[in-house]
Design a protein around this ligand. Structure first.
Ligand code: HSE
Length: 332
């Protein structure tokens, strides 16, 4: 059994990491919750009962076998390399600090587990990318993706606990005709959609959109997949949705795609339009599996393309579950 630390356990992702470790019965000899001065000393309710959050130090982290980082990129950038300098502690980082470093693996365990062999610092992907990868990887293996065109509908949880609180409080205010304050989001989110997540880049795309492009290519190990994305924040609480169009090298039918996806790990095909069954944040929330549906030949690319709709829990598959699965794969 292992000693595991969750750094940032009071945040939305950290909280889910603790929950997933509990629910999956991760072989723990000890669980430590670490945080910066702001949260150290707090007592929090967890699936393991009440626990005290301890002050983060490199030494405290180095006493662990696994460190799950659910903190800002700046914090991780400074401390993760110091932690792994002991040559034994495995750090799984949920920030974007190391995702694009050539020698740091970026891992979705169902897709590229071999990339983490012999590595102590492993990057967890952006939530949007991890969710899409679950549906796209099985299709890529069988039909080879040439193009991926994606539009997202991202929940407030992507901006952490503060985002969910801002949405809930703002919705109440909106209903009472009171002014809605926005600090987390670029504009008030209640009763709105915002086509702006993270900073705009010089090419007109946002960083969130470029993460999908860079990370899909890195995880799939292929720069040949042309990818573009429009990322939109919508007033749902958790679980991101994605409308995806693919062009494939091989011919593909909806039936073939469904067959492949039904047999893919971490995927639940939810696709029965006659019964009004398709993926939705409402049904994907708190599920480990990503829901995939609305699978149909693309009017533009058929017979070499499909349109599909994917929903996945941003805090689970998009973050906490993926990180714990990486730790489990390291143990295997
Ligand atoms: N950047 C994502 C979002 C969070 O804002 O929805 C997951 O990385």
């Amino acid at each position: 059994a292992s000693i595991v630390a969750v750094v940032g356990a009071t945040g939305a992702v950290g909280e889910e990491m603790v929950q997933v470790l509990h629910d999956r019965k991760f072989p723990l000899s000890k669980l430590v919750l670490l945080a910066s001065e702001r949260s150290a000393g707090k007592k929090i309710q967890t699936a393991f009962g009440e626990m005290e959050v301890e002050l983060f130090s490199v030494e405290a982290a180095q006493a662990c076998d696994f460190v799950l980082m659910a903190v800002s990129g700046d914090f991780s950038k400074e401390f993760s390399p110091q932690i792994i300098a002991n040559g034994k502690t495995v750090v799984i980082d949920n920030s974007s600090a190391f995702r694009y470093d050539e020698d740091i693996p970026l891992v979705v365990p169902e897709v590229n587990p071999a990339a983490m062999r012999g590595k102590l610092l492993i990057a967890n992907p952006n939530c949007t990318t991890a969710i899409a990868a679950m549906a796209l990887w099985p299709l890529h293996q069988k039909f080879t993706l040439r193009k991926v065109i994606m539009s997202t509908y991202q929940a407030a949880s992507g901006a952490g606990a503060a985002g969910m609180i801002e949405l809930e409080a703002g919705t109440r205010k909106g209903l009472n005709n009171e002014p809605v304050v926005n600090e987390v989001f670029a504009h008030p989110l209640p009763f709105n959609v915002i086509p702006h997540i993270d900073a705009f880049q010089s090419n007109g795309y946002t960083k969130e959109e470029m993460k999908v492009v860079w990370e899909t290519q890195k995880i799939f190990g292929s720069k040949d997949i042309a990818c573009s994305c429009t990322c939109v924040r919508i007033p749902t609480k958790r679980a991101h949705s994605e409308a995806i169009t693919i062009e494939t090298v091989e011919d593909i039918t909806a039936e073939q795609a469904m067959e492949v996806l039904r047999n893919a790990p971490g995927v639940e095909v939810v696709d029965n339009p006659a019964e009004k069954l398709y993926p939705m944040p409402m049904t994907a929330t708190r599920k480990y599996d990503v829901e995939v549906g609305r699978i149909r030949p693309s009017l533009v690319f058929q017979p070499k393309g499909l349109d599909l709709f994917v929903c996945g829990d941003q805090l689970l598959r998009g973050a906490a579950l993926n990180a714990v699965l990486i730790a489990e794969a390291k143990l295997a």
